[in-house]
Design a protein around this ligand. Structure first.
Ligand code: SF4
Length: 213
């Protein structure tokens, strides 16, 4: 889907607009311990299977899109809870309401990045399945439990406004300037974005210096 934005980008954008632009406009990416932990959690969640547990249908690695928002992505997990006001699903008896669940490393954060990503997934599922989704869950590695997220009209408006801003930057190919904040220390792109934060020599230059002096 040409020119569709990645849903996962909204969490990068909410964390730091420059980080999002470096990844999604300039295609730069760097692993650090935090991103590797996150990838491992997502690999487990994205194993692309469906099972029935405690009366719920659990779908992993579901591909989603919204043509209204022009965004696309993958849900870690979508649980289909039995609900007499829900929707019918092909091959399953009864009716169900979809509930997205997103897995995150670390602790719940003060900023809205994870809630925006989850709400974007719900908006896609609503458009695809012609239903309404009132809430979802964020599962954090610490303290290893779920946090409920209500998809309020304020959160939905923030999703729309944020994707509009992102699309405008994307069209212009604009990468915002560096703004150093305490968040930079934990940023996976800090060495690319702010090389002066880490002035240690690289392993290769250290070896060259030691071997050929
Ligand atoms: S190092 Fe700081 S300014 Fe640069 S992308 Fe990361 S958070 Fe943003």
């Amino acid at each position: 889907m040409e020119n569709y934005l990645m849903i996962s980008g909204i969490q990068h954008y909410a964390f730091c607009k420059r980080q999002w632009a470096l990844i999604h406009i300039e295609n730069q990416w760097a692993e650090n311990a935090l991103t590797v932990q996150g990838l491992l959690m997502h690999e487990k969640a994205h194993s692309d299977t469906t099972e029935i547990k405690d009366g719920k249908i659990i779908a992993r690695g579901l591909h989603i899109a919204s043509h209204k928002l022009k965004v696309t992505g993958i849900c870690d997990v979508v649980e289909f809870h039995q609900d007499e006001n829900g929707i019918s699903l092909f091959n399953y008896k009864g009716s169900y309401t979809p509930i997205p669940v997103e897995y995150k490393k670390g602790r719940p954060k003060e900023h809205n990045a994870d809630r925006l990503q989850l709400c974007s997934q719900a908006i896609c599922l609503e458009e695809m399945l012609l239903t309404e989704i009132p809430k979802g869950y964020l599962f954090y590695g610490e303290p290893h439990r779920r946090t409920e997220v209500i998809f309020s009209s304020a959160l939905r408006s923030e999703v729309n406004a944020t994707f509009e801003e992102m699309r405008a930057l994307y069209k212009r190919g604009h990468v915002p300037k560096v703004k150093k904040t305490p968040k930079c220390t934990a940023c996976s792109l800090k060495d690319t974005c702010l090389p002066d934060l880490d002035n240690r020599p690289s392993a290769s230059s250290y070896l060259k210096h030691e071997l050929f002096r």
